[in-house]
Design a protein around this ligand. Structure first.
Ligand SMILES: Cc1ncc(COP(=O)(O)O)c(C=O)c1O
Length: 639
């Protein structure tokens, strides 16, 4: 262990990594300096160190990376959302219920849906389906007649038939009309099957929202009926004598809405549509607000894209209050409130765990006490710059260092300087930047060009994971996820780092992090110690990441392990899903592993015939080839 730990406390680590800000009550750090999952039971709170879970996983043969799901946290989120709505309903004497539905697209994994429907049953928590495949999942997992299935997305005849079957089985399955043309299909299938549909309409609100999806909100949103189309749909239903089937109004202004004001404004506008539809004679009864409840990935509690400026309690109170005020003013019965919160339900329960394979340092090696006699003037100059550096001349010294370094490189390019002297000069250059970085906090004002000093000397930590497979949103939309070591939090993290994945793609890196109330490009990390693994966790990754991931460089699905913590703090691996093998990923891109093996066998046999290898060497090669096909796609340490 390093000696740095002596003067550093876990509280300092908590503040550096913001655990208590983004982690809500679900994560903490124990006295050993390890991140724990915090499970609040009825009477006691259990803290389970993630390192204990990792140790158990490795004993069970699962090497890193692993996607860890903590079932208790998912259950807790479902309870918290439902109970926060129940409290708001009670507070405003609201005369109808809340019904949550989980949008399957946010995490379609079987075990997740099973848990949501099993645990959510006490709250009649339902599911939202955006395709036939998702509807099939919903129909086969929900048996609760009080829970809702909300069908969004484009629907063909088969989709409608499936939904009508669900209705016949007593499930409350709504078809939300996204385009006027869907009405004909719904009415025709309903006629043919003799089952009356439950119809919803998705309205397109004019309210714009802040956050990542700003451009897709308001009039330019891709989905939903314009006012003209809405009136058309009402007329079509009335003409078919089916207006009584219009029982739900839906809107969705986008995911991850950071500003509560946008949510309030959208509800007020939505209520206007609801009231007008009621005046048209539609019975309605359900108002579905879609998703949007944000996750505070940075923990900053602001209205920035990756944060949110409201609590769950405030969200529920604002919704219930706004709907009840609008309905009361128009003497309209309070509708059942549906929300389709995906991200906020599932994000917290998953953590991506991986080990660090290597570190590329941007730190000077040990410098000599004196410069060699034959050093060039430029090397003398950069050496002198280092010697004269102090807190009064940091800016000047950094400028000089950059200048001399470039001149020295130029001399090297022109053949006037040898490799060893270039290496010495580079070393001096990095020492100047490192020492300047330490001096920066002492300055009254940090000059703008030095504000990014950390970035230019950040070490590169190579993590055993694929960004494209496990954190696609970090790549595609620059999503910030909380990242931190899951142990050694009693030691000061002295290096500033970016994290590269193992795809060898220059985009495959994590270099955007949250620090206090701002976004930063580097993360403080510890030295990796010889012979010891260094484990990092990427938190709040339960939403959207699993199925959006792709096979870049043929890194496949990671192992996925679900853990349930018991009342005494003991935990059980309730599900272990083996990640893709190399053979699996090859078959996804149309190779046949058996055929690949046969091709390799033929080459090896030909080599035997040509006397290049022995038969026993051939056997050894074939064994390695077969084992590789069966092996994990990620880096595996020698056993
Ligand atoms: C119609 C609909 N409902 C619900 C959601 C889930 O949103 P969130 O994950 O923000 O709760 C989405 C996602 O964008 C959506 O398109």
């Amino acid at each position: 262990m390093t000696s740095q730990g002596d003067s550093w406390s876990k509280e300092q680590s908590c503040s550096v990594y913001g655990v208590h800000d983004w982690g809500l009550d679900y994560f903490s750090v124990n006295a050993r300096g390890e991140v724990c999952a915090r499970i609040n039971g009825a009477e006691t709170t259990q803290e389970v160190p993630l390192m204990d879970i990792v140790a158990g996983l490795e004993q069970r043969g699962h090497s890193m990376p692993v996607l860890l799901r903590i079932e208790n946290i998912l259950d807790k989120r479902i309870s918290e959302i439902n109970e926060a709505f129940a409290r708001a309903i009670q507070r405003f004497d609201y005369c109808a219920d809340y019904r949550g539905v989980f949008p399957i697209k946010v995490n379609q994994q079987c075990h997740v849906i099973e848990e949501i429907t099993k645990f959510g049953r006490q709250y009649h928590h339902g599911l939202e389906a955006g395709s036939k495949a998702e509807l099939i999942i919903a129909m086969s997992h929900l048996q609760d007649p009080e829970a809702c299935i909300v069908c969004n997305g484009y629907k063909d005849a088969e989709f409608i038939q499936l939904g009508l079957h669900a209705l016949s089985l007593g499930l409350r399955c709504f078809f939300v009309v996204e385009t006027p043309s869907e009405i004909d299909v719904i009415l025709e299938q309903s006629r043919l099957m003799g089952v009356e549909p439950l119809i919803g309409v998705r309205v397109k609100l004019s309210a714009k929202v802040e956050g990542h999806w700003y451009e897709d909100s308001g009039d330019r949103s891709l989905f939903g009926l314009s006012t003209i189309q809405l009136v058309d749909v009402v007329d079509q239903l009335r003409a078919a004598n089916m207006l009584h089937c219009l029982q739900l109004m839906h809107f969705h202004i986008g995911s991850q809405i950071p500003n509560i004001r946008n949510i309030r404004a959208s509800i007020q506008e939505a209520c206007r549509y609801y009231i007008e539809l009621a005046k048209e004679g539609a019975p309605l009864g359900y108002l579905d607000l879609g998703g949007g409840l944000a996750v505070d990935y940075t923990g900053a509690s602001t209205n920035e894209t990756h944060s949110k400026n409201y609590s769950l309690e405030e969200y529920c109170v604002d919704i219930v209050e706004a709907i009840s005020e609008s309905m009361n003013a128009n003497d309209i019965a309070h509708p059942t409130i549906i929300t389709e919160s995906g991200r906020a339900t599932i994000a917290y329960s998953s953590v991506l765990l991986f080990n660090v394979l290597d570190v590329s340092r941007f730190k000077a090696n040990k410098l000599p006490a004196e410069l060699p006699d034959a050093s060039s003037d430029l090397t003398e100059n950069i050496w002198h710059t280092l010697r004269s550096l102090n807190e009064k001349n940091v800016q000047e010294c950094c400028n000089d260092a950059v200048h001399y370094r470039e001149e020295i490189r130029q001399m090297f390019r022109q053949g006037q300087l040898e490799l060893r002297e270039l290496s010495l000069a580079e070393n001096i250059y990095f020492e100047i930047l490192q020492q300047s970085r330490v001096l920066l906090p002492k300055l009254k004002r940090v000059p703008p060009e030095l504000q990014n000093l950390d970035e230019s000397i950040a070490d590169i930590y190579y993590g055993n994971f694929s960004l494209f497979q496990s954190l696609p949103d970090a790549w595609a939309i620059e999503q910030i996820f909380p990242v931190m070591p899951i142990h050694r939090l009693n030691e000061e993290p002295t290096n500033c780092a970016v994290i590269a994945d193992i795809t060898c793609d220059s985009d495959g890196k994590l270099d955007l992090f949250a620090s206090e109330d701002r976004e930063v490009r580097t993360l403080p990390l510890h030295d990796v110690l010889d012979g010891e693994e260094y484990y990092l966790g990427v938190f709040l990754v339960g939403a959207y990441q699993e199925t959006l991931g792709d096979l870049h460089n043929l890194f496949g699905d990671t192992h996925v392990v679900s853990v349930r913590v018991g009342g005494e703090g003991q935990f059980e691996y309730v599900e272990e899903i083996q990640g893709d093998s190399i053979g699996d990923v090859l078959s996804y891109v149309e190779y046949n592993p058996k055929e690949l093996y046969e091709r390799f066998r033929i080459s090896a046999e030909a080599a035997v015939n040509r006397g290049l290898i022995t038969v026993s060497k051939r056997q050894q090669m074939l064994r390695t080839f077969r084992e590789s096909l069966d092996g994990y796609t990620y880096f595996e340490r020698d056993q």
